[in-house]
Design a protein around this ligand. Structure first.
Ligand code: TRP
Length: 336
């Protein structure tokens, strides 16, 4: 156990997940949790969502949605410590301690904050800090606390989060250096390749902001309808088609088995109607997601079961966190 690597990642609840989230984030993270010699921590960054979601009902709902999604996709609470950030108050005490070792200038350079400034500038706002809460500004410190709380070695993240892990490293090193200690483990990011840019219905990256998504747990009827909407060229039903230039085929490859992929490739080359190709895609997606969809709906109908599962990880996380917090308090001179 002691030689195993701690892998930790957090997900911010943002509402109904789509197939792009599944292929790009959920599936690879679950695979990573199964690697040998790793102890994985996976948490719902609900307090990060408070930065921009100030509707209690919506926030509550989003947390259940994201928890149910991961559980339905196969997260095993026996092998992964799965918890809500807000169930581990030690994180917020560490957050304060870390903020006393975080240069304000470091936060000034954080991408999310800089993007907001640029947006304000573009909009001709006089106050460039317009709409910037302290939560948004110091977001990277809370993320550092999430990571450093558990002695994390590796943090699988998308490109946009690499800088935040760098900031966590800086802060950990600063505190360690100050007390000539190694109380905090200096983490490393592991880049998760934004899974082959999953295309949406119109061929652009699948994203809520483009309105081109296929929701992960849409029911069969909706799923079929959406698949039928995927953009194709205007070639006729018997004409051969290039599988390597087809959105339908791109998505099919993500869901079908190798022999099915080879078979559909042959059909493309010898001529298949778009209707039939799309039907094959619908079947492939549906057979993969049918079980998870049922589990998801079951969990959403029983939020108390989600709570129960999250409490298991929450208790474990708290125990680990309170030990590390004790160590940190001792080092900084607040042991009592
Ligand atoms: N900031 C991450 C995101 O928006 C979520 C997150 C919060 C996180 N704390 C973390 C990710 C710690 C990895 C480690 O996606």
């Amino acid at each position: 156990m002691s030689s195993s690597k701690i892998v930790l990642t957090g997900v911010k609840p943002t509402g109904q997940p789509h197939i792009g989230n599944y292929l790009g984030a959920i599936r690879p993270a679950l695979a990573m949790a199964k690697e040998p010699n790793t102890r994985s921590f996976f948490f719902i960054a609900d307090y990060h969502s408070l930065i921009n979601t100030h509707d209690a009902k919506v926030l509550n709902e989003m947390v259940y949605e994201v928890a149910a999604t991961w559980l339905a996709c196969g997260l095993d609470v026996k092998s992964t410590v799965f918890y809500r950030q807000s169930d581990v108050p030690e994180v917020f005490e560490l957050n304060w301690i870390l903020s006393c070792f975080s240069a304000k200038g470091l936060m000034n350079r954080a991408h999310a904050y800089k993007a907001k400034l640029a947006e304000n500038q573009e909009a001709g706002k006089e106050d460039l800090d317009f709409g910037v809460s302290m939560g948004l500004f110091s977001y990277p410190i809370l993320m550092a606390a999430d990571i450093l709380m558990f002695g994390t070695h590796k943090v699988p993240v998308g490109e946009d989060q690499i800088q935040h892990v760098e900031i966590a490293r800086d802060i950990a090193q600063k505190l360690n250096r100050t007390y000539n200690s190694e109380v905090l483990v200096v983490p490393e990011s592991v880049l998760q390749k934004e899974s082959k840019l999953v295309p949406g219905l119109d061929g652009r990256k699948m994203s809520k902001s483009y309105g081109n998504t296929i929701p992960l747990f849409s029911d069969e009827k909706v799923l079929r309808k959406l698949v039928m909407k995927i953009k194709t060229d205007s070639s006729g039903p018997d004409e051969p088609k290039d599988p390597d230039k087809s959105l339908v085929f791109d998505l099919f490859k993500e869901f079908a088995r190798p022999e099915q992929i080879a078979e559909l490739r042959q059909s493309y080359l010898s001529g298949i109607s778009w209707g039939n190709a799309k039907e094959a895609l619908f079947q492939a997606i549906n057979s993969r997601l049918k079980g998870p969809r049922e589990r998801y709906n079951e969990l959403m109908a029983h939020p108390e079961e989600i709570d129960r599962l999250l409490r298991i990880g929450g208790d474990e996380a708290r125990e680990i966190a309170s030990q590390r917090l004790k160590d940190v308090r001792k080092i900084i001179g607040l042991e009592h």
